[in-house]
Design a protein around this ligand. Structure first.
Ligand SMILES: [Zn+2]
Length: 156
C-alpha cells in the first residue's frame, strides 16, 4: 500500500534526530503504522487499554514529582524517581502538543526487587502521550523505546 504524503512526512520526522537524539524509531526498519499495530496487539492481549496504561504512568509520574530526583515509594511494589530538564519537546504528530522534558524511572521494591524481574524502566512525558493518543511505544533501538509487555508487567 502506498503511504500518503502526511504519513511519509510523519515517518521522516520520527526517524530524524531533530527532536530526539536517535530519532523515535531507532534502528527499527518497520513503518510507524506497523510498529503501532504490533504493539497494540500486545496491549490488547494484556487486557488493559492504552488509555489505562497511560493513566497509570501519569499517576506514577505525578506521585514521584513531589520528591524530584529521589526514589519515592509509589506503593508496596514500586519505586519511582523523576528527573526534569529545562525546556519542552513537541509531539511530531500534526497537532499541538508540547511536553516537559521530564523522565520517570520505575523499579520494583520488596521481594520482587531481588528477583530476576528486577529492572528499571523509564519514560518521558512524551512517551505517555505517545501511548495514550497514538498507541506508539517508539521503534526498537530508540532510547525511549518501551516494550509494552515489560511496562504492563511492572506498573500493574
Ligand atoms: Zn501527539
Amino acid at each position: 500500500m502506498k503511504e500518503s504524503p502526511q504519513t511519509k512526512r510523519l515517518e521522516d520526522i520520527l526517524r530524524s534526530s531533530k527532536l530526539a537524539a536517535d530519532g523515535f524509531l531507532g534502528e527499527d526498519a518497520r513503518s510507524v503504522s506497523e510498529i503501532i499495530e504490533n504493539d497494540l496487539a500486545v496491549v490488547s492481549k494484556s487486557g488493559f487499554t492504552k488509555e489505562q496504561i497511560a493513566a497509570r504512568m501519569r499517576d506514577i509520574t505525578d506521585k514521584a514529582i513531589s520528591l524530584l530526583g529521589n526514589w519515592t515509594e509509589i506503593d508496596q511494589k514500586l519505586l519511582a524517581r523523576v528527573d526534569e530538564a529545562k525546556g519542552f519537546i513537541v509531539c511530531p504528530w500534526p497537532h499541538t502538543g508540547r511536553f516537559a522534558k521530564r523522565v520517570t524511572y520505575v523499579k520494583f521494591t520488596g521481594p520482587r526487587a531481588a528477583s530476576r524481574e528486577s529492572q528499571v524502566i523509564k519514560w518521558s512525558d512524551l512517551n505517555i502521550h505517545f501511548i495514550e493518543l497514538h498507541g506508539f511505544f517508539e521503534g526498537k533501538g530508540s532510547n525511549f523505546r518501551i516494550e509494552p509487555k515489560d511496562l504492563i508487567n511492572i506498573i500493574f
